[in-house]
Ligand binder design. Structure first.
Ligand code: KG4
Ligand code: ZN
Length: 342
C-alpha cells in the first residue's frame, strides 16, 4: 500500500510517501517558509496559510515525481488536522481531501504531535533498530513541550508539559531580545557551540523554574533575560554571547532536569526526544544516552506522518474518514490518552 502524507501544521509545507509492503520511504519533501517570516520576528499565521497555498502543491508534486507515482496510484491520503495554526491546517486538509476526492481514494487524519512522538521509529525504514519500549518521550518544539510515557505503539499517556511558553519559543524570544532573526534557536545553538566557553555559559544565573512533576515554565526566564538586556551593552558581542549562552543553559537545564526526574519517577530507561529543539547540540551533549532522530526528522516533516500512517495501516486502524472532517488548533490530550482504548 502506498500512502501519501501531508503536514501543514506550522510554517513548513511537507509531503512524504511510504510504501507499507516494502516498509520504505519513497519521498520526503519539506518546503520551509522561514524566509517569508524573517522580517516579522516570528510566525505570522496568515502568511503561513498563504505560503502553504504556494508551497504545498509544489511539495506534493515533487514527492510524486520523486516516487514516480501519480495521484491515482496512491492508495490512501493522510493529513495532520491537529494541533497547529488553524489556517495552515485548513490549507493542508482541503488540498489533501481534494486530491483524495478527485482520485477516488480514501483519506484519513492524524495528530501532528502523535507523529512527532513516534518519529524515533523512522530508523526502522532504513532497516535500523529503534529504541525498545517503554519510553519517556518529549516533543520539544516552537509550539510544544509535551512529555509522554509510551508503553507500546498504541498505549501511551500524556504526562504534562509547559505551563506557558514552549522551549523553542523561549529560545526565539531570547533571540528577539538579543536582536537575532527568527528562528533564533538554531542560531543560538551554533553561535554558542562555536564561540562560547564555560565562563559565558555561567555568567548569568537565569532561573530554572521549580514546577510540579512533568511540568515546565519558561516565562520567568524570559523576564529575567529582558531585565538583563536592559542593563547590558548589546553593542558588545561578548556580552550578547554570554546572555545567549547563559539563557540556553537555563532552558536546557530545566528541560533535562525535568526529563531525568520523570524517568526516575516512572522507572523508564529509554528517553526519546523530538521537535525542533531536539536538534540542539548542547541538549544532545547533556543527554548522551537519549535517542534523537536525525535533525531533519526532528523539525516538522511529513515522513513522521507517513510512518505513523504506515503503523496505523499495519494495525488495521487507518480508517477512511468522511468528507466533512475538519481541523482543530488544539492538541486534545484527552483524545491522545484514550487512543489505546479504541
Ligand atoms: O519542530 P519545529 O520545526 O516547528 C514547530 O514549532 O512545530 O521547531 C521549531 C522550533 C523553533 O522555536 C526553533 O527556534 C527551535 O525549534 N529550534 C532550535 C534548534 N533548531 C530549531 N532550538 C534550539 N536549538 C536548535 N538547534
Ligand atoms: Zn511540529
Amino acid at each position: 500500500m502506498k500512502i501519501l502524507a501531508v503536514d501543514t501544521s506550522c510554517d513548513e509545507s511537507c509531503a512524504a510517501i511510504i510504501d507499507t509492503e516494502e516498509w520504505k520511504l519513497l519521498a520526503d519533501v519539506v518546503h520551509s517558509h522561514v524566509d517569508s517570516m524573517k522580517n516579522f520576528g516570528g510566525i505570522v499565521p496568515e502568511i503561513a496559510s498563504r505560503e502553504h497555498l504556494k508551497g504545498l502543491p509544489l511539495a506534493i508534486h515533487e514527492a510524486l515525481e520523486t516516487a514516480r507515482l501519480t495521484p491515482k496510484s496512491i492508495d490512501h491520503y493522510v493529513v495532520t488536522n491537529r494541533p497547529g495554526l488553524i489556517g495552515a491546517l485548513l490549507v493542508g486538509l482541503s488540498f489533501t481531501k481534494s486530491l483524495a476526492f478527485s482520485s477516488q481514494k480514501p483519506f484519513s487524519t492524524l495528530n501532528h504531535i502523535e507523529a512527532h512522538l513516534f518519529s524515533p521509529l523512522l530508523t526502522t525504514l532504513e532497516g535500523h533498530e529503534a529504541p525498545p519500549f517503554p519510553w519517556i518521550a518529549c516533543v520539544v518544539s516552537g509550539g510544544h513541550t509535551e512529555i509522554f510515557h509510551v508503553e507500546s505503539f498504541f498505549k501511551y499517556t500524556w504526562l504534562g508539559g509547559t505551563l506557558d511558553d514552549a522551549a523553542g519559543e523561549a529560545f526565539d524570544k531570547v533571540g528577539k531580545l538579543l536582536k537575532l532573526s527568527y528562528p533564533a534557536g538554531p542560531k543560538i545553538d551554533k553561535w554558542v557551540r562555536e564561540s562560547a566557553n564555560d565562563a559565558h555559559r555561567t555568567r548569568y544565573k537565569f532561573p530554572r523554574a521549580k514546577t510540579e512533576s512533568h511540568t515546565l515554565s519558561f516565562s520567568g526566564l524570559k523576564t529575567a533575560v529582558a531585565l538583563q538586556v536592559k542593563k547590558s551593552d548589546l553593542s558588545n558581542p561578548d556580552e550578547v554571547l554570554a546572555i545567549a549562552a547563559s539563557a540556553q543553559e537555563a532552558i536546557l537545564d530545566a528541560l533535562v532536569g525535568k526529563l531525568l526526574e520523570t524517568q526516575k519517577m516512572l522507572g523508564v530507561r529509554n528517553l526519546v526526544l523530538n521537535g525542533g529543539v531536539a536538534c540542539n547540540s548542547r541538549l544532545r551533549e547533556k543527554l548522551p544516552s537519549a535517542h534523537f532522530p536525525i535533525p531533519k526528522h526532528c523539525t516538522d516533516n511529513a515522513a513522521m506522518v507517513a510512518l505513523l500512517a504506515g503503523y496505523y495501516a499495519k494495525h488495521n486502524r487507518l480508517t477512511p474518514e468522511p468528507w466533512n472532517t475538519t481541523a482543530y488548533p488544539s492538541l486534545d490530550t484527552l483524545a491522545l490518552n484514550t487512543r489505546g482504548e479504541k
